[in-house]
Design a binder for this molecule. Structure first.
Ligand code: ADP
Ligand code: MG
Length: 501
């Protein structure tokens, strides 16, 4: 695996000699109640083969019925991507054998997709806008899932047996395919990442998918090719499959550019093939030779009628679209009075959506921002994960903020509570209770600690009485120490002032 790393061309040299072209195919699993063509539950997490029925199992004679919600949501996505919505579209059979697909074909859309010719504007980390053109967004069904047993890596190679789980078979998918992305040059990896991130935010905001890349409800295939700099004709592409984080999308494109350039430099031809991305070292490795459309023997599915989307229905769906992320962002920026640079920082840190979600749970924007961009960003950095991958939710952060505001936690105690949540010790209140973090409000206990501290520091008492009111810090410190940091600072200060008056 590591030897592959040596055959890379230096990134700057790649760009001196070649021009990258990219195409991104993104699969989004819709969060419908039931499957695309049958009534089985489409929910994640059931026991293996619990959510199956004759249609998802491809039993003889079983007939698919289209899920209207699935079509409506496909149209929603298409509209949000500025696509034309076809009044008349069709399902086709994509024929191939694989054990995770019992009927030996996948129902998809081929030359008559429901949505086509759109675009999505994305913002790069430095604020530059980039328009990504969308070729089409079409409906299809997911396949089942294979688990390979006996090998070291969980891959099929080396496995001694494989298990088939058809729960996922038939879950609605929308595949969104870009037109070739040209001219991005050194920014190609950044554009790829920004596009996938923007698309993820978009489908989440539409409420049609949770778009969790880590759980496979959003999956990305990245096509990359190189052509000699200054030429027109596209080079041969490779397709790196099932990339499951934003960081990996960026790295996979970058790696393929460097690998392909090294190949071309050695005089080797690029083979049109699928490739696997290796999370461990950011490399890609050979998959299978790429099929062409002819190999799949597409034909219209005779079991399914055409999908009719009358313009009135499409307009109704358009009117039901929620505030889209870029509109919301502009509004938030204005409401929170942020400069372009501040806004960009929040977005680049992956904090914006988390902060918004935290304010929706009752925190103010300033409070939410303070937690996400300082303490939590620090923790994410330490763990080497993205902010949103931290094991704490916006509503938990909002709860922490609430407890601080009520004086039940000091900032210091609140951080310990956050640490507990991050360590998987439970919900905020459970951690506060289990770790005994709550501020001591029992005035008699605090009063005893204050009396003790005053008695132990007669010099300070003297200075205070002589008019130097600033010397109480040491007393507060002693009380905090005695109460293990859990005394309510306001109460402590009030008590000191009362006793020395
Ligand atoms: P497939 O069925 O082979 O996956 P698709 O048409 O679904 O093909 O997707 C191919 C993707 O690759 C599209 O985003 C397309 O714009 C892009 N693409 C096509 N040709 C090239 C090329 N030579 N280099 C890079 N990307 C390409
Ligand atoms: Mg494809």
């Amino acid at each position: 695996m590591t030897s592959a790393m040596y055959d890379l061309m230096d990134y700057d040299e790649v760009l001196e000699k070649y021009d990258p072209v990219m195409g991104l195919e993104v699969h989004v699993e819709l969060a419908t109640e039931t499957k695309m063509f049958s009534a089985s539950s489409a929910h994640f997490g059931a026991a293996a083969n619990e959510n199956v029925d004759p249609v998802s199992l491809g039993l003889p004679g079983a007939l698919p019925v289209v899920n209207a919600k699935g079509v409506e949501w496909a149209i929603k996505i298409g509209l949000a991507l500025n696509c034309d919505i076809a009044e008349f579209s069709r399902f086709a059979r994509k024929n191939y054998f694989y054990p995770d697909q019992p009927k030996n074909y996948q129902i998809s859309q081929y030359d008559e997709p429901i949505a086509s010719n759109g675009y999505l504007d994305v913002v790069l980390p430095d604020g530059t806008k980039w328009q990504v053109d969308i070729e089409r967004a079409h409906m299809e069904e997911d396949t089942g899932k294979l688990t390979h047993i006996g090998g070291a890596t969980g891959r099929i190679s080396g496995a001694t047996s494989s298990l088939v789980d058809c729960n996922r078979a038939g879950i609605p998918l929308i595949e969104i395919v870009t037109k070739p992305i040209e001219g991005a040059r050194e920014r190609a990896p950044e554009v790829a990442r920004a596009y996938v991130g923007a698309l993820r935010d978009l489908v989440k905001s539409l409420g049609v998918s949770d778009a969790r890349m880590d759980q496979g409800s959003m999956r990305v295939d990245a096509n990359v090719s190189l052509r000699p700099r200054g030429t027109e004709e596209y080079g041969t592409r490779t397709e790196t499959k099932n990339i499951n984080s934003l960081k990996s999308v960026e790295q996979a494109v970058r790696y393929e550019m460097q690998r392909q350039a090294a190949c071309l430099e050695r005089g080797e031809a690029i083979v049109q093939e699928t490739r696997h991305y290796q999370e461990s070292d950011g490399s890609t490795s050979k998959g299978r030779p790429k099929e062409t459309a002819e190999d799949y023997r597409y034909f219209n599915d005779p079991d399914l009628p055409p999908v009719i989307a009358p313009p009135e229905w499409v307009e109704e769906i358009r009117a039901s679209l929620p505030e889209l992320p870029w509109v919301r962002r502009a509004r938030i920026q204005q409401e929170w009075k942020l400069s372009d640079a501040e806004m960009r920082d929040l977005m680049n840190a992956g904090a914006l959506e988390l902060i918004i979600a935290t304010t929706e749970q009752g925190a103010t924007a300033d409070e939410a921002r303070a937690w996400w961009v300082s303490y939590l960003a620090g923790q994410a950095n330490q763990q080497g994960v993205e902010l949103e991958e931290l094991a704490i939710t916006p509503s938990q952060v909002a709860r922490i903020i609430h407890l601080v505001k009520e004086g039940r936690l000091t900032t210091k105690l609140a951080r310990q509570a956050v640490d507990g949540v991050l360590a998987g010790e439970g919900d905020v209140d459970e951690v506060v209770k289990a770790r005994g973090l709550e501020v001591v409000r029992d005035d008699s206990a605090i009063e005893a600690a204050v009396d003790e501290a005053l008695a132990a520091n007669p010099d300070i008492v003297e200075k205070y009485r002589a008019g130097n009111k600033k010397v109480t810090g040491a007393i507060v410190g002693a009380v905090m120490k005695a109460t293990k940091g859990k005394a309510d600072p306001r109460t402590v200060n009030q008590l000191i002032a009362k006793k020395l008056a």
